[in-house]
Design a protein around this ligand. Structure first.
Ligand SMILES: [Zn+2]
Ligand SMILES: [Zn+2]
Length: 293
């Protein structure tokens, strides 16, 4: 049953008519969930990245005498921080694969080629025809195709359309955490070897406090994102979303090979896999709405 996603959009017959402005901002260009808890978590994430920026630059790298060492580490740190921030924004502002609301109308069902002996699921909360592997998210108030979970740290669902950006976000935060822990360790060693009063522009107690807080942040974020990254990659390789694993759902869908499953999230292998600015090129959509009975 290969019906394109656009054919089911509310712009067609049925649905809410016109452009659906639900969960949209910036003149309908971007997706954004208006959830206060998610917005607070997003601001906290940015503040924690900014705190790491401040301590690493102001306390560790800028006052360093080893210019080659500090320049190389500055480039690595800034590149990782930029990519982590860009992946975060892209995950947050991308439509995760929301099914148009209110498209469960008679005309739409007929238009989709409904035949005798077939059944479909209708979501009672958003009145949409639920495609295979879609789940309703109570925060987004929408059915999301291939929904993995709702993440408050990115204030969005992780689904078919933004999983790549979310995996990149966890990857870059994990990398920057490991890099930060390495920098903090070298700074501690430097201060212990020389003098606490000269190794930093701040007083020794302030320096110790800032370095300890950064160590705590690096460890917390590092462990959390490494676990998250491993969980996401396992789920992609097994072609099973977090919700399907949690609900122990039997696979009614045709399971893809590991390579095909990775390609459905990231596209064909190229450097673009690591870029939060490129959309995956060849994506296998899950458009099956009907189930044989
Ligand atoms: Zn729904
Ligand atoms: Zn959601």
């Amino acid at each position: 049953m290969n019906y394109s996603y656009s054919a089911l959009s509310p712009g067609g017959s049925g649905g809410f008519g016109g452009v659906d402005q639900h969960n949209r901002c910036c003149g309908n260009k971007a997706w954004c969930v208006k959830d206060i808890c998610g917005i607070v978590c997003v601001i906290m994430t940015w503040l924690l990245i900014l705190f790491a920026e401040f301590v690493v630059m102001r306390l560790i790298l800028l006052p360093s005498n080893y210019t080659v060492f500090s320049t190389i580490n500055m480039i690595i740190f800034q590149a990782l921080a930029f990519l982590a921030f860009a992946s975060h924004i892209r995950t947050m502002l991308s439509d995760p694969g929301a099914v148009p609301r209110g498209n469960a109308t008679k005309e739409m069902i007929e238009q989709m080629g409904y035949r005798e002996g077939q059944m479909f699921y209708k979501c009672p909360k958003c009145c949409s025809i639920k495609p295979e592997r879609a789940h309703h998210c109570s925060v987004c108030q929408r059915c999301i195709r291939k929904m993995d979970h709702h993440c408050p740290w990115v204030n969005n669902c992780v689904g078919e359309n933004n999983q790549k950006y979310f995996v990149l976000f966890t990857f870059y935060i994990a990398s920057i955490s490991v890099h930060t822990l390495f920098l903090v360790l070298t700074q501690f060693a430097e201060c212990v070897k020389n003098d606490w009063r000269t190794c930093s522009p701040y007083s020794p107690p302030a320096t110790i406090f800032l370095l300890l807080f950064l160590t705590f942040e690096g460890l917390m974020f590092g462990i959390f994102t490494i676990i998250m990254l491993a969980t996401q990659l396992t789920a992609i390789l097994n072609d099973q979303t977090g919700i399907e694993q949690l609900k122990k759902e039997e696979a009614r869908w045709a399971k893809k090979s590991r390579l095909k499953s990775i390609q459905s999230v990231f596209g064909r292998f190229s450097l673009a896999w690591f870029s939060p600015f490129t959309e995956p090129s060849c994506r296998t959509r899950f458009n099956s709405h009907f189930y044989s009975v």
